[in-house]
Write a protein that binds this ligand. Structure first.
Ligand code: BGC
Length: 757
């Protein structure tokens, strides 16, 4: 085990709102990539003039990013599986990020400095020595806030920090839906629901781009698991994809107008995503009219002509250099000069649109670290989900002795690993097994140095807090027995390139929790996970709080919730199954325990297909369809008070608007997230809107939730258009997908919408 506070490094990146949330920005033209609507023509003209002054070589130079960092700077020996192509020096002008495109100085076009990602400005392995950033809670935690304003605020922090570090392209905006709860990257995404995920990612992107930093929605599309990510082929109908995975992108793009889209590694309906005519040409550029640029994921470019014809504009580091063949292809007439101009134009136009040419990002800008840390803590608190509480929480002031038990709960909180990992101010603790290669050690599960143990001691100065690391169940139980209350911190690390075999907690924690709960009836469990877990000990414990990967102030945020200084207000952004046999795939397709390696480096799979047999019925919709009862439903979450619903009113016709009265029936102020689920005729219920309201004890508020018009439509594959079927729509307003409070039906008229622009 090593405590690493600062290591010199490089390119591991290679390898309340009391109102209903604003309606989706359906009227905003999707054709714009900028955050300043209204000057499209001027941007077009400026971009065209600039690109037309470029030589062919200059235009071509924009179409390829290379690594902006060097593994050679890591200060560790590189293992043999790192190819020669990845042993390059840092290019001149690069600042140590995942991607770099040189400036075209004679024309005043700045270098592109591309950095990960959605949880803050990432620097896996300290690629930029001494350069740290605010580590936000995981985006899964952000989704649990059900709060678009919070997502915007997260983007605001990322954009401000990126700009201050000289980064002008943020690879942020991961919105793959959590179809597969064993996917090691779900912590980087926003859950299983297209409206929730799309709305929040759009706000996050808009927050980033307001700082003149381009943002990148990814991974387009159907990149639902890490096992076999370079080879698998997703089979699903056009309608199924458009109503689920693609809908999340569509809503996110329309709302956030990202400058770029990153196409995924995997194949979809037979073609690699980065050369998919269906994804890039028909859907993204055709139906959605997207005018930003498409970059490949790192290593995802698979061809020259098919990719360019489909709509790929920029290949990335680790890609085989197919685009080196462009000049010859032009000579042979396979690629036209106009295509190359158009590709460069999309990049230039997007950078102008976000303001990156008028506001050039340079390293060394000021960052208000303290303010960002405070906001990161507020986000972590807002994302925590109270799953069970028999009255144990908030902790009674009289509790004399508290046993804090758990792996590294004395040091910090787990962080998700891979390209998105942020190294926070203060550093991380890396949980490195003996004998690990120094390079892989940099990718070991790590913990942001925000100690729940210390934070609890500070929050409860009168309590005597004892600690046990939980590695020995009998010893942990003995420590728990002597205490008035036992709090177990259960971790499950997740990282890019690594999926889980099942939904159990690792390190023997399930047995340890059972032993602790048997020794002390006042046992609470804090889960720090990036995915759902099963809880065989659930009936034995008094409280369960899902804290996710809560970021650099996670310890303080957990202490605030446990002590009652702050009330939980998060809701599950994905279903917690009771068992894996409830899932569309009881075993993850293609999962091989021997091939789980960080970032999937050096791992080979034979091609296989994943059949999305659930169609668009992901998560809670699959549970409704199969009439299965999850452990905890999507949308679920308790707080320290209770709420009652009454007075349902509704209006149908050309849309659906629902009104309900919500009363805080408890003794503490608290937040309720009232959720509207609508079932079009013959279909399962879908989240169509929600209202997040903060109510004082005894207070009643009338909330109105308008169903997002997009969610009332279904995709008619034969006609190639969206249609609202005429008929009776069942709906309910409730606390979660599994807790309807007020039910109704409304008659809606027929309508069609092409969504073509
Ligand atoms: C990931 C992307 C990331 C890229 C650059 C890839 O491994 O899939 O999400 O942006 O690396 O670091």
């Amino acid at each position: 085990m090593t405590l690493i506070r600062r290591i010199p490094m490089t390119a591991l990146a290679i390898i309340v709102a009391a109102a209903a949330f604003p309606a989706a920005a359906k009227d905003r033209p999707i054709t714009a990539t900028n955050t300043r609507a209204g000057n499209e023509a001027a941007i077009d003209a400026r971009a065209a003039a600039l690109v037309d002054r470029m030589t062919l070589d200059e235009q071509l130079s924009l179409l390829k990013s290379r690594s902006g960092a060097s593994l050679l700077d890591l200060g560790v020996p590189l293992p043999p599986f790192i190819p020669e192509a990845m042993r390059t020096e840092k290019p001149k002008g690069a600042i140590g990020t995942a991607g770099f495109v040189p400036a075209i100085e004679r024309l005043g076009f700045p270098a592109l400095q591309l950095a990960d990602a959605s949880l803050g400005v990432a620097d896996i392995g300290y690629l930029r020595p001494g350069d740290h950033a605010t580590a936000l809670p995981s985006t899964l935690s952000l989704a649990a806030t059900f709060d678009p304003a919070m997502a915007h605020a997260a983007g605001d922090i990322i954009g401000a920090e990126a700009f201050a570090k000289g980064i002008n392209v943020q690879l942020a905006g991961g919105v793959n839906l959590a179809r597969e709860p064993r996917n090691g990257r779900n912590f980087e995404y926003l859950g299983e629901d297209p409206l929730l995920a799309g709305t929040l990612v759009g706000e996050q992107i808009a927050g980033i781009q307001a700082h003149h930093v381009a943002s990148t929605i990814k991974h387009f599309a159907a990149n639902s698991q890490e096992s076999g990510r370079f080879v698998y082929d997703v089979r699903a109908s056009d309608a199924a994809l458009r109503e689920s995975d693609l809908l999340a992108f569509e809503i996110g793009i329309r709302r956030g107008r990202p400058a770029s889209v990153m196409c995924a590694y995997n194949r979809v309906r037979g073609s690699y995503a980065c050369e998919s005519d269906y994804l890039l040409k028909q859907v993204l550029r055709g139906d959605w009219g997207y005018r930003g640029w498409v970059m490949s994921d790192w290593g995802a470019t698979m061809s020259l002509k098919p990719s360019i014809d489909a709509g790929l504009d920029q290949q990335s580091p680790q890609d085989k250099d197919y685009f080196a063949g462009i000049p010859a292809a032009i000579d042979k007439g396979e690629i036209s000069r106009a295509q190359v101009r158009e590709m460069a134009l999309r990049i230039v136009r997007s950078m102008i649109a976000v303001g990156a040419l008028d506001h050039v990002a340079r390293p060394g800008g000021a960052i208000d670290q303290a303010a960002h840390a405070a906001r990161a803590q507020a986000m972590a608190e807002a994302g925590m989900v109270l799953l069970k509480n028999d009255g144990l929480l908030p902790l009674a002031a009289g509790a004399r002795t508290i046993a804090v038990i758990g792996r590294h709960a004395d040091k910090g909180v787990p962080a998700g690993g891979g390209s998105s990992q942020v190294i926070p101010y203060g550093g991380v603790y890396r949980d490195v097994p003996e004998g690990t290669h120094p390079l892989l050690a940099l990718m070991a599960p790590s913990y942001d140095l925000s100690s729940p143990l210390k934070a609890l001691q500070a929050a409860l100065p009168g309590a005597r807090i004892v600690f046990d690391d939980g590695s020995d169940a009998a010893r942990a139980a003995a420590v728990a027995k002597e205490a008035d209350i036992a709090l177990v911190f259960a971790v499950k690390p997740e990282m890019e390139g690594v999926d889980s075999a099942d939904l159990s907690l690792p390190y023997g924690q399930d047995a340890m929790i059972a032993a602790v709960a048997a020794a002390n009836p006042c046992t609470g469990v804090v889960l720090e996970t990036g995915n759902p877990v099963v809880m065989p000990w659930l009936d034995k414990v008094g409280a369960v709080l899902e804290a996710w990967f809560p970021g650099q102030r996670g310890g303080e945020a957990i202490a605030a919730i446990l002590s009652g200084a702050s009330s939980p207000s998060g809701r599950l952004p994905l279903t917690f199954p009771a068992a894996t046999d409830q899932l569309p795939h009881p075993q993850e397709v293609g999962y091989d325990p021997a091939k789980q390696r960080p970032l999937g480096i050096g791992v080979k799979y034979d091609p296989f297909t994943i059949d999305y047999k659930e169609g668009s019925d992901i998560g809670y919709r699959w549970f409704e369809k199969t009439d299965a009862k999850p452990l905890f439903p999507f949308g679920y979450g308790l707080t320290y008070t209770s709420f009652a619903y009454a007075g349902l009113k509704q209006a149908g016709g050309a849309g659906l608007t629902v009104t309900a009265r919500i009363t805080n029936t408890g003794r503490r102020e608290g937040v309720e997230v009232a959720q509207l689920y609508v079932a079009p005729p013959g279909r399962t219920h879908r989240l169509a809107g929600w209202a997040r309201v903060s109510l004082k004890p005894g207070e009643t508020r009338e909330v109105t939730i308008a169903a997002d018009p997009w969610l009332l439509l279904s995709y008619d594959e034969k006609a190639g258009q969206w249609a609202r079927l005429a008929g009776e729509y069942r709906f309910f307003v409730g606390k979660s997908a599994g807790e309807p409070e007020l039910r109704g039906t409304a008659r809606l008229d027929a309508a069609t919408e092409s969504r073509r622009r």
